[in-house]
Design a protein around this ligand. Structure first.
Ligand code: GDP
Ligand code: IMO
Ligand code: MG
Length: 430
């Protein structure tokens, strides 16, 4: 059985959590492959609204194994809180949550370094979630990091102190206080909690499951346009958010990758700084933010909003090898007389249909095509045959422009507000 991958095609918050939860019953295993608690994946079902940061979004389904892979960076404090919140909802994680020993640990000074780095950047700041993600991946690639498996070793404390000292030295140079008195008690408590979890060599476990014919879903975090290599550098996150990241972040060979589900909003949003060609700084943008409740799941920051950007979407489809598109938040577009879709950019006086290298420094102005909007409230619709014709045209237009089928359409945050397009038949094939 192949490993299917589900990831975001824009700047994150496309609705990955909701769809992973929705399709999990088709799988035996769900595995997160990168990122850390900068992610906030929202699930809504049976009147419950829940946000996950580290734990895969298959955790609410019975009988499914959930794995946090080696490519993830883990803040044990956040993880402990997530587990406590799940316990309150009677979710027993003891037999279904497994953590890779090779995942790197976020320690309190990583968060301080993140804050110090952003403060030094001033106006050029990334708009980081300040969860310590960048500094932790820097320690990973710099070969200084601590890993989950290290908490099982006798000299963990000494190794922690050693790293902490290095960080405090750096913080001194950055003129940032290194005060750990308030942060360390919670950290050490969470390390004890971490020791009691199922710590595994997840690459072996996953490959064993593969050889047994189990179906695996790899869950991405962030979005393709935040990828460290292919996003709008330096306004990106610090991991490979694209399909290839599932191989390195889980220890799975590329030849095992099957379907690649690419999730996109019917429009665009972005939190944090960086280029956003179709951004709307006007009442239309405000309308999208209000209708879509576009406020960050992790930080609560208002999300920047804009129209759908096809050059950016096609770029993400190309890098990821997307086999199926999943369109989210269709309901948010109800009530607009006209919908604009960016087909090209005007860049240095030329019309181009790709994201230029120096998009961070030079403006790429959107060139739009207008499509007819609809007034129907979509949130109670359960069948594709009930779609207003303008919505069907919007979807067909996207399929024509991307050459990829849209197999699911989401029309509200709840698990039930998800419509399988029978014409595409993707999920019957799984
Ligand atoms: P993720 O990070 O990709 O999992 O996405 P987030 O959870 O950060 O953000 C998506 C937000 O949109 C959450 O608040 C979801 O509950 C909500 N949502 C997901 N799908 C839909 C949809 O189709 N319509 C509406 N109105 N909200 C949605
Ligand atoms: P999910 O998985 C949206 C953004 C931050 C910032 C940049 C770098 O919920 O889609 P970092 O904390 O990684 O140093 O921040 O990336 N960012 C996200 N934006 N959704 C996310 O995750 C994000 N994770 C990071 O806002 O611009
Ligand atoms: Mg999110």
């Amino acid at each position: 059985m192949p490993v299917d991958v589900l990831l975001g095609l824009q700047w994150g918050d496309e609705g990955k959590g909701k769809i992973v939860d929705f399709i999990t019953p088709h799988y035996d295993v769900v595995a997160r492959f990168q990122g850390g608690p900068n992610a906030g994946h929202t699930l809504e079902f049976n009147g419950i609204k829940h946000v996950l940061h580290t734990i895969p979004s298959g955790i609410f389904r019975d009988g499914i194994i959930n794995i946090v892979g080696n490519g993830v960076v883990i803040d044990p404090i956040t993880l402990e809180k997530e587990i406590e919140a799940l316990k309150k909802l009677n979710v027993d994680i003891s037999k279904k949550l497994f953590i890779s020993r090779k995942a790197h640990l976020i320690i309190p000074t990583h968060r301080l370094l993140d804050a110090a780095s952003e403060a030094l950047k001033g106006k050029g700041k990334i708009g980081s979630t300040l969860r310590g993600i960048g500094p932790t991946y820097m320690d990973k690639t710099g070969r200084n990091g601590l890993r989950v498996g290290d908490v099982e070793s006798k000299d963990f404390l000494a190794r922690y102190r050693n790293l902490c000292e290095k960080h405090c030295e750096l913080l001194k140079h950055m003129n940032y206080p290194c005060n750990l008195d308030e942060l360390e008690p919670d950290f050490f408590k969470s390390i004890d909690a971490l020791r009691s979890l199922n710590l595994v060599d997840s690459e072996h476990l996953l490959n064993k499951y593969l050889s047994e014919g189990k179906k695996i879903l790899a869950e991405g975090a962030q979005g393709s346009l935040l990828d460290i290599d292919f996003g709008s550098y330096p306004f990106v996150t610090s991991s490979n958010t694209v399909t290839a990241g599932a191989c390195t972040g889980l220890g799975i060979s590329p030849r095992h990758i099957g379907k690649v589900y690419g999730i996109f909003k019917a429009y665009c949003t972005r939190v944090g700084s960086g280029p956003f060609p179709t951004e709307l700084n006007d009442s239309t943008g405000e309308q999208l933010r209000k209708a879509g409740n576009e406020f960050g799941s992790t930080t609560g920051r208002p999300r920047r909003t804009g129209w759908l950007d096809l050059p950016a979407l096609n770029y993400a489809i190309m890098i990821n090898g997307v086999t199926d598109l999943i369109m989210m938040k269709g309901d948010v577009l109800s009530g607009f007389e006209t919908l604009e879709v960016c087909t090209h950019y005007s860049y240095r006086g030329k019309k181009i249909d790709y994201m230029p290298f120096d998009i961070v420094h030079e403006e790429a102005l959107p060139v739009y095509e207008q499509l007819k909007g609809w007034n129907t409230n979509l949130t109670d619709i359960h069948l594709e045959s009930e779609f207003p014709s303008e919505l069907s045209q919007y979807i067909s237009y996207i399929e024509e422009q991307t050459k990829v089928p849209v197999s699911l359409v989401s029309v509200g945050p709840d698990r039930t507000q998800t419509i399988e397009r029978k014409m595409v038949l993707t999920f019957q094939g799984i």
